[in-house]
Each structure stands twice: as C-alpha cells, then as structure tokens.
Design a protein around this ligand. Structure first.
Ligand SMILES: [Zn+2]
Length: 307
C-alpha cells in the first residue's frame, strides 16, 4: 500500500497492564493497573497487524452466542499491545475541547446529546479517580501532583491537546460496551466490503443496495493537520486518538486494490492478500483446507462405491 501519512503526529501511550473494573454505575471499564508502566510508541508503524488484531476482536463481537469473557480477555490483550482507543478525544468536534466552554458532539452512536458540560463529559472517562482539573469558562487548569511517573508523562506529551494528554493518564478508562461496539462496527464494515465483491454474482440487487448504503454511513472525524517548516514546507497529520488512526488505516486497507483485505476460506480470519486472488491467510490454512476437502471427497467416493 502506498502510505498516505508520511509525516504524522501519531505517537500513543500504552500501559504494561490493564484491568476490567466495575464502576458505581454498574458498567464495566478497562483501565490501567495501579503499578502498570506507560510506554510511548507509534501505532502507524505496525498498522497492518493493528488493524487485523482489531478485526479479529470485532468478528468475535459479531457472533451472537459469543461469551463476553473471551471478548474482554482479547480487548485487554489488545490494550496491552496498543493502548486504549482515546474515545474521549475521538468523539467531540475537536480534541481540543478543553479550550471551550462545553463539549460539542457530532452525531455518534454513543452519546445522543449535541453538547455536554466538560465536567459531565470527563466523568464518562474517569469513573474511578478524577483528575484535578478546574474548569472556568474557556480556561482549564490541570494540577498534577503526587505521581512522578504521571507528571513526567504529561511533560513529555505537552505538545498534544490537553484532553489527549489527560487520556494518557493512568486514571483514564473506557467502557466495555463502547469498545466492543467500535470493534464490532469495524469488523461488520470490513465483512460487508469483502462479501460485496466476493459474492457479487450471488447477491440480489436489494441486498447489494443495502450493503452500499451501510458502507456509505461508515465515516468518522477526519484527522486534522498542520504545516511544519522542515527542509521544505511539510504537511503533518495529527491523529488525536488511536481510534481515528485505526479507522483511517482500515479505510485505506479496505480500498487497497493490489493487496486487498480478505477473509480466509479456512479459518475465517481477515488477512492482507499478497495478491488479489489469494483466498487463504497462510500456507497452513491452504494445506488444512485441501486435506479436509480430499477427505470429504474420499468419503463420498467410498459411499458411492458402497451404493
Ligand atoms: Zn486462515
């Protein structure tokens, strides 16, 4: 794939360990463990694996009978590899919402209100320990004290919008229901794109129309950008959430003609095809599929001989 985001501001924070915790509202949240260590990394460097890992969880979420504990284990492992989504900065009209009097929200599937007080909004992502933030009109004052590691992290990331920086703090949490929904939506859309072309001749026109409409509704806040005066004026993309980064990468992978994303004929996992005609994710799946097919064929012949 020709990479479109040569210069980008996409570094993200992941903690060494996360845990599921129930909040007072009865909902389950994923948050970093008390003694977990934060690391800064660039998710765009390993974007293909990141997208495939996300789709794997989404496929689990799509199954009606799927046990939630397995999905929770997978989401926890995902966070330990890549960090939390940054839903807090992905949903509002701007990741710099701390510079405004309130939080403004475009249409999304999680929050119906178009605007919320900053305090109420922050409570959705800090259901356990709150950050020491004082909000007066457009001014926000954030006081970090006590935890040296959190102070160092905030200093390192001080060029990012305040809310992004706040979402890197240990106290930040994301709801299970919301995370599962995001993963499932991605997998649903990727599956729709795959089936639309794979089964094109078998699908009736109404169903195809429905699929086209559903994909058209798959959009999101675009990343913002700025210009930096390097050796030459350079366009730099700003990803202010992992969620937006994954969504953009997924969109590029879904529209990549030379290395399309496909569902393996044997194991049903998504993979990036090395050539457009590939149908198996690995030589192993290809062999297993052929062995299985031959066995079935032999059985049929034996049966026929008996008759
Ligand atoms: Zn496979």
């Amino acid at each position: 794939m020709s990479f479109q985001f040569e210069h980008s501001n996409s570094t993200w924070v992941r903690y060494s360990e996360y845990e599921w915790k129930q909040a007072e509202d009865g909902k389950l949240y994923l948050t970093a463990c008390a003694d977990a260590q934060p690391t800064i990394y660039d998710p765009l460097k390993e974007y293909q694996q990141l997208v495939l890992d996300a789709l794997y969880i989404g496929r689990l979420g799509m199954r009606q009978e799927q046990d939630d504990t397995e999905i929770q284990d997978e989401i926890k492992a995902f966070a330990e590899k890549y960090g939390l989504f940054g839903l807090m900065t992905a949903l509002p009209t701007t990741p710099s919402f701390m510079d405004y009097e309130a939080v403004y929200l475009p249409k999304n599937r999680f929050i119906k209100k178009e605007t919320m007080s900053t305090e109420d909004y922050l409570n959705l992502f800090f259901p356990f320990d709150k950050l020491d933030v004082v909000k007066r009109s457009v001014e926000s004052l954030w006081n970090i004290e006590g935890d040296n590691m959190m102070m160092a992290l905030a200093m390192t990331m001080s060029d990012r919008p305040m809310a992004v920086n706040m979402s890197f703090q240990r106290q930040y949490a994301e709801s299970y229901e919301w995370m599962k929904q995001v993963f499932t939506d991605w997998a649903f859309n990727a599956t729709t794109v795959f089936l639309y072309y794979n089964d094109y001749d078998k699908l009736d026109d109404d169903y195809k129309q429905l699929m086209r409409q559903s994909i058209r509704a798959f959009d999101g806040n675009a990343p913002s950008y700025h210009i930096e005066l390097l050796e030459q004026p350079t366009l730099v993309w700003d990803f202010h959430s992992l969620l937006l980064g994954i969504q953009m990468m997924l969109s590029f992978m879904l529209t990549d003609k030379s290395n399309p994303m496909r569902v393996c004929k044997k194991c049903s996992k998504f993979f990036v095809a090395s050539r457009p005609s590939a149908v198996f994710c690995s030589p192993r799946c290809k062999n297993q599929y052929n062995v299985y097919k031959n066995r079935a064929k032999n059985k049929q012949t034996k049966l026929r001989n008996k008759i």
